[in-house]
Design a protein around this ligand. Structure first.
Ligand code: HAM
Length: 431
């Protein structure tokens, strides 16, 4: 049979047999962010295009080249979110969350859309776990969110992920830095790509993360932001490091980290690994003290980070980190005849109410194929229900591993007794 279509390039399906891996990492992220006082925010998958143009920045790759933007039937320009920060900030402002007290702390899981060239670890639809904190300029908050990211990675069992830290200063330090960058890159005007040339005047820092190898080489010799930080930014950066040291979080200061989005100020950081190829940044974030004002709010210094879920799973795979499989089928009831089918249905309802996974035939198979199916799904126990069992109101529950059989009454006590039996064998099944 020819399929009429296949999935869109750069997108991935998560199949039922794989979804437990996603749930495992998401649960850890939920637990850790809750431990740090973050609560989940959910925002729409599309927003007015101007939100990202203003928030993420007109001179970024994301806005200039990668957004999925379209006009609605009503003639509005909307964009599928390329990241989670701008939408969360919009929601915080729209609902005046600052009235509930500062800092505002929000976490999220979002699907994101960027029209990039797909490769290992780089998708057009990908997923992020992120956190954002609004209304604090304290370096303690910077250190705290970095600790949170580190705890998530630690709890997931990821090794060989290094934390790279930098400060890109405030608009004042950046004005001096940009002047120095313009001067430096102007010497290489003949060799720069068109995108870099167009950004040289407006936003020369973007030249530092150009993806073209030639420009990258030129960027290596460029002046470093750390030599241009003002007194206030330098002291803020020192404090962040002091708190990280106090928490025992290891990092290296890397003055070439500038991040690809325009809203950042002061602290920026990335968690990077070499074990999944070129796209090794599993988490990126930093401070964005001007974003809320840019979006029409009052001055509200803020910060956050996002982790790419696909990349985290790739690292876990590459490092052989085992993800525990969820509980499988505890009881399969095979049936013969309509009366048995009906009886099984009632028994299954009882067992499921006890929190156990229980299944029966819904395809109309004969007894042998039913038992084969029970085997295939790894059922721990099975029962064969026929007219005899119903007449006697009892049945043999078979341990599928040992073959041992235990007789149970098919009455209101069934689920309770089955649970006890299941629990007593738990060690054997390595539950
Ligand atoms: P970002 O660095 O663009 O930052 O993305 C964060 C993470 O999302 C990356 O480190 C990476 O793991 C993952 N990621 C990005 N692009 C792709 C892609 N095409 N395919 C697969 N994974 C990808 C942000 O998005 C900021 N909003 C983070 C932030 C939150 N800063 C402050 N608050």
């Amino acid at each position: 049979m020819a399929l009429i279509t296949k999935k869109i390039k750069g997108t991935e399906d998560v199949l039922p047999k794989q979804s437990y891996r996603w749930q495992f990492i998401e649960n850890i992220m939920r637990e850790e962010s809750r431990a740090y006082g973050f609560r989940e925010i959910r925002t729409p998958v599309f927003e007015h295009t101007e939100l990202f143009a203003r928030g993420v920045g007109q001179t970024t790759d994301v806005v200039q080249k990668e957004m999925y933007t379209f006009d609605t039937k009503g003639g509005e320009s909307v964009t599928l979110r390329p990241e989670g920060t701008a939408g969360a900030a919009r929601a915080v402002l729209e609902h005046a969350l600052e009235n509930e007290g500062l800092p505002i702390k929000a976490s999220y899981f979002v699907s994101c859309y960027r029209y990039e060239k797909p490769q290992a670890g780089r998708l057009r639809e990908f997923h992020q776990f992120g956190i954002e904190e609004y209304g604090t300029q304290s370096p303690v908050a910077d250190a705290e969110i970095i600790c949170l990211a580190q705890s998530v990675l630690d709890r997931l069992g990821l090794g060989d992920v290094r934390l790279e830290l930098n400060s890109i200063g405030c608009p004042e330090c950046r004005a001096n830095y940009n002047r120095a960058l313009r001067e430096y890159f102007s010497q290489y005007k003949e060799q720069l790509c068109d995108t870099c040339l167009s950004r040289l005047e407006k936003n020369p820092m973007r030249l530092l993360d150009c993806k073209s190898p030639e420009d990258h080489k030129i960027a290596e010799g460029a002046p470093r932001i750390t030599d241009f930080l003002c007194e206030e930014c330098e002291s803020h950066f020192r404090e962040v490091q002091k708190y990280l040291d106090s928490a025992g979080v290891e990092y290296t200061v890397n003055p070439t980290i500038v991040r690809g989005l325009d809203y950042y100020t002061k602290t920026v950081f990335e968690f990077v690994t070499d074990c999944i190829g070129a796209q090794g940044t599993v988490c990126g974030g930093g401070r964005y003290d001007g974003l809320i004002e840019e979006l029409g709010g009052r001055h509200m210094p803020s910060l956050g980070f996002a982790m790419g879920l696909e990349r985290i799973l790739m690292v876990m795979d590459a490092q052989g980190v085992e993800i525990p499989q969820p509980e499988g089928c505890a009881l399969y009831i095979a049936t013969m005849g309509d009366a048995a089918k009906l009886k099984a249905f009632g028994l299954l309802a009882q067992v499921r109410r006890c929190g156990l996974v229980a299944e029966t035939d819904v395809v109309g198979r004969g007894l042998r194929p039913q038992m084969k199916y029970a085997d295939k799904i790894g059922a721990k126990y099975s029962i064969v229900l026929g007219d005899n069992e119903i007449a006697e109101n009892k049945a043999k529950v078979k341990n599928m591993q040992s073959g041992e059989q235990t007789e149970l009454a098919l009455d209101d006590t069934f689920a309770e007794k089955f649970s006890v039996l299941h629990l007593s064998d738990a060690a054997a099944f390595k539950i």
